[in-house]
Write a protein that binds this ligand. Structure first.
Ligand SMILES: Nc1ncnc2c1ncn2[C@@H]1O[C@H](COP(=O)(O)OP(=O)(O)O)[C@@H](O)[C@H]1O
Ligand SMILES: [Mg+2]
Length: 243
C-alpha cells in the first residue's frame, strides 16, 4: 500500500476498509461524488458515513430527493437493523435528515413552479447554517437535470453549487445515479471531474452471483488505494474486504 504523505485533516468514514483505502478518511472540505448504478448501496454508504460522524459529535445533514423521506429512512433502518441509536442521533439533530420540502418543490408536487436551482442552493445553505453541519450528503444530484434546461446549464449549476459548499467549508458527499453497473461500459463525463473526489460503486457478475465493489477514482489532497475493493451490505453496516 502506498505511504500516506498527505497532512490534511481527514474525516473518518467509520467504515474500516474504506478508511484504509482512503488512508485515513475523506480530506476535510472535499466535495465527493459517489456514483453507481441503482441499488449498489450509494444511499446506505453515504448514510453510514454520517451515522459514524454524528456518533462522534460531528453535526451532519442528509438531504434526500430520491424517495419519500420517511420511507427512505425506514429502508435504511431495516437494512442496518443492528445499527444502534439512529433515532437518537436524528432527534438530537446531530444527524439531520432533510429534503421532503425541497423534493416536493423540485418535482412539482406543490405550487412552487418557480423553484429554481438558485433557490435550491440557498435552501441547502440554510440547512447547513441552521444545523452547523460539517458534513453534508445530497442524495442524489441526478435531480439537478430536472431543474435546468441543457448540459451547459447543468454544468454551471454544479460548479456554482460546489463553489458554495467550498466557501462554507463543508465536506460533502453527493450521490449520482449511473446508467450502468458495468465497469468497462462506464464513461466518465466531464462533470465528474468538477469534484475533489470520485468513488464509483459497481455490481459485477451476473444477478445470481452479484459482487459489489468500490473504486476510488480520485481524491484531491490525498493518497489512496486504486484497487477495486469488494464490499457487502450487512445489518451492521457496509463491510469492505481488506486490501
Ligand atoms: N438486509 C440487506 N442485506 C443485504 N443487502 C441489502 C439489504 N437490504 C438492502 N440491501 C441492498 O441494498 C440495496 C439498496 O441500497 P441503496 O443504498 O438504497 O442503493 P442506491 O442508493 O445505490 O440505489 C438493495 O439493492 C439491496 O441489494
Ligand atoms: Mg439511493
Amino acid at each position: 500500500m502506498p505511504e500516506n504523505k498527505s497532512t490534511s485533516k481527514k474525516i473518518s468514514t467509520g467504515i474500516k476498509g474504506m478508511d484504509n483505502a482512503l488512508m485515513g478518511g475523506i480530506p476535510e472540505g472535499n466535495q465527493l461524488l459517489l456514483a453507481g448504478g441503482p441499488g449498489v448501496g450509494k444511499t446506505l454508504t453515504s448514510f453510514e458515513i454520517l451515522y459514524h460522524a454524528a456518533k462522534a459529535n460531528i453535526p451532519c445533514s442528509m438531504v434526500m430527493f430520491e424517495e419519500q423521506q420517511d420511507s427512505a429512512l425506514r429502508n435504511i433502518k431495516s437494512t442496518f437493523s443492528e445499527m444502534d441509536g439512529i433515532d437518537g442521533l436524528i432527534s438530537t439533530k446531530m444527524l439531520q435528515i432533510e429534503g421532503e420540502e425541497s423534493a416536493s418543490k423540485i418535482f412539482g408536487n406543490t405550487n412552487a413552479e418557480n423553484y429554481t436551482f438558485g433557490d435550491f442552493v440557498s435552501d441547502i445553505e440554510d440547512i447547513i447554517k441552521l444545523n452547523k453541519s460539517r458534513i453534508l450528503v445530497i442524495d442524489s444530484i441526478s435531480f439537478i437535470k430536472f431543474m435546468v434546461h441543457n448540459h451547459g446549464a447543468y454544468r454551471r449549476s454544479l460548479i456554482s453549487m460546489l463553489a458554495n459548499m467550498r466557501r462554507m467549508g463543508v465536506t460533502s458527499i453527493m450521490t449520482s445515479e449511473m446508467q450502468t453497473y458495468d465497469r468497462s461500459a462506464l464513461r466518465y463525463t466531464q462533470d465528474f471531474f468538477l469534484f475533489d473526489g470520485i468513488i464509483t460503486m459497481y455490481q459485477l457478475g451476473e444477478e445470481h452471483e452479484r459482487l459489489l465493489a468500490m473504486e476510488i477514482i480520485k481524491m484531491r489532497g490525498a493518497n489512496h488505494s486504486r484497487a477495486l475493493i469488494p464490499y457487502d451490505i450487512t445489518p451492521s453496516g457496509i463491510k469492505m474486504s481488506d486490501i
